[in-house]
Design a protein around this ligand. Structure first.
Ligand SMILES: Cc1ncc(COP(=O)(O)O)c(C=O)c1O
Length: 565
């Protein structure tokens, strides 16, 4: 009896342990299924792999034929490269000289310079094709460097420049004039805030507003509020989406601390909805609507452009349908739905992504352009979610402050910007906005196709990205040809072109002419040489082989002597 009872207890325990393990396994499998099958979708693995990638680089003899192009093609590439290098050294002389004086002491600049192109090519390119850090002036849709060169601006100042630089010069000046009497007083508000709040609640359709100093901070606080009110730990972000540089929203490469309470799920996927339905620890879902252009893809920087695998295509109806389904699940599960409109807010429609896709969020973050030219982050949200204390638990608060929140000048410039949105001129810019930008993209694509050039653009309204149709290791060179034609790009290169809405048809025609000329020149110089054995897969495979070889034989880090200046 005694033994029988013990055995029974033992079996009982075993059965419970097995059942528990099966439940854990099922949950684990469900989570795995809801992850996107890429390194971006698997933050921990990505970090581990990134830490194993050794540095190595191509010297002059490999630089021009890392894809095993024949000698004649390598010579053409070299000729083109030397021509560009000569042009850069003379045309951008003063801008480069001033940049060289400061770069050693500005860590941000060292970082962006190092990551303009894939690391194997980076040092060689940096040595010969220098891009200055300084800009002297802006006017219309153009900027000018210290040498007096004028460029069509495709950087959009990270998205801040929505209405044209001259417009922000005015909002900044008017703001200074409006708040001059108050000056730098912080804590108490300038009365202009009242109108900002009225306008922002109307635009967002939400009850309350809080002001912050950057988009990153606004997202940070939105997530903190969601955790505070739901009493749950985890945030969900979708694979590839950028939400600023705060650790919890950047769980993968680039953040030294693992984000343990973040789920990175597949975008536009029923598997993710299934997970949201079954987990009880999810406080909020963060959506960056820009991902509609490249769901599950990270910000398309040229530094990762090792082949022609970059893909982008915007399907508004499909993405709107996804957001509706996501909205329904969040409502059903009391999960806070946060739209991070720091980038796309005010760019897609006057009412932002909520209006554009016809879906309402619980919290919305804005930033960039809404500061009227100054640094800003904003949250608009439902009253119950924005509250930072509990009436029944006075010591249980959700703390968020910031010295420069609600700075008078920023609030003044914001007011100027928000008022502009009501003017007939600005309202006119939003009329048929998608038709205008889609047709511009299509015209450019048609020209590129007509000349059988291996480049196409994809766009989400005025946000564009460049895609490449022929397998190549050298697509990132296009950013240097574009610059030589007078087109200014941000440090992530052809991954993102951002147009301001004041581009006229003739401005755009000039950009298109220069764009086609740059692509033509690069084709002529042989960078897009291809043969049937060169595929995106074969390129990736070759790079993997190189990485493994250099990992295990570090003495080969430099593939021969560097080109001497
Ligand atoms: C969607 C989104 N969220 C947050 C941020 C962070 O904003 P900031 O750079 O002002 O901190 C950005 C910046 O690009 C963004 O695009």
């Amino acid at each position: 009896m005694e033994i029988g009872g013990t055995a029974l207890a033992f079996y009982g325990l075993g059965a419970t342990a097995l059942a528990t393990s099966l439940v854990v396994l099922k949950r684990r499998l469900q989570l795995s299924k809801a992850k996107y099958a890429s390194l971006d979708g698997h933050a921990r693995i990505a970090r581990r792999i990134a830490s194993l990638v050794p540095f190595y680089e191509y010297d002059e003899s490999r630089f021009f034929c890392s894809d095993k192009a024949p000698a004649e093609i390598a010579a053409r590439r070299r000729e083109g490269f030397v021509r560009l290098a000569t042009l850069y050294a003379t045309r951008f002389r003063e801008t480069n000289r001033r940049t060289a004086e400061v770069i050693g002491a500005i860590s941000d600049l060292q970082f962006t310079e190092a990551y303009r192109v894939p690391f194997q090519y980076s040092r060689f390119v940096l040595q010969h094709l220098k891009i200055g850090a300084f800009i002297q002036s802006s006017e219309g849709v153009m900027v000018a460097d210290l040498d007096g060169n004028r460029f069509y601006d495709l950087t959009g100042s990270y998205g801040v420049n929505l209405l044209g630089y001259d417009c922000y010069k005015r909002t900044m000046e008017h703001a200074l004039a409006r708040v001059r009497e108050l000056g730098p007083v912080l804590g108490p508000y300038h009365t202009v805030i009242a109108d900002n709040v009225k306008r922002l609640t109307a635009i967002s359709g939400l009850d309350e507003v809080s002001f912050h100093m950057s988009g990153t901070e606004a997202v940070m606080q939105a997530v903190r509020l969601a955790r505070y009110h739901t009493r749950r730990s985890h945030l969900v972000r979708f694979c590839g989406a950028y939400h600023g540089w705060w650790g919890d929203v950047q769980p993968g490469v680039g953040n030294p601390v693992p984000a343990r309470e973040t789920y990175t799920l597949k975008d536009v996927s029923d598997d993710s909805l299934r997970l949201l339905r079954t987990r009880c620890n999810i406080a909020c879902v963060l959506v960056n609507p820009l991902q509609a252009l490249h769901p599950n893809g990270a910000a398309p920087a040229d530094s990762s452009l090792v082949d022609s695998g970059r893909r982008a295509q915007f399907d508004k109806a499909a993405y709107a349908d996804w957001l509706k389904r996501l909205r329904a699940v969040c409502t059903e599960r009391n999960i806070v739905l946060i739209f991070d409109e720091v980038f796309v807010g005010f760019r897609l429609a006057l009412g932002g992504a909520q209006e554009y896709f016809g879906v309402r969020a619980d919290l919305v973050t804005y930033g960039k352009t809404v500061g009227g030219g100054f640094p800003i982050g904003v949250i608009c949200g439902r009253k119950d979610l924005m509250k930072r204390f509990r009436d029944d638990r006075p010591a249980d608060i959700c703390f968020a402050r910031g010295t420069f929140n609600s700075h008078p000048v920023v609030m003044g410039a914001m007011n100027e910007f928000l008022q502009l949105l009501d003017t007939p001129e600005v309202r006119g810019l939003y009329r048929n906005i998608d038709e205008r930008w889609n047709s511009r993209a299509e015209q450019l694509n048609a020209r590129l196709r007509d000349e059988s050039l291996p480049v196409q653009v994809a766009n989400m309204s005025s946000i564009w990205t460049v895609c490449y149709t022929r397998p190549s290791r050298y697509n990132w060179m296009l950013q240097y040809y574009l610059r030589a034609e007078g087109l200014a790009l941000s440090w992530i290169g052809t991954g993102r072109l951002i147009f301001s809405l004041n581009y006229s048809d003739s401005d755009f025609a000039a950009v298109a002419d220069r764009f086609v000329a740059a692509v033509r020149a690069m084709e002529r110089d042989g960078w897009w040489w291809s043969n049937p054995s060169l595929t995106n897969r074969s390129i990736k495979y070759d790079i993997l082989k190189e990485i493994i070889a250099y990992r295990f034989s570090p003495r080969h880090k430099h593939l021969g002597p560097m080109l001497r200046n």
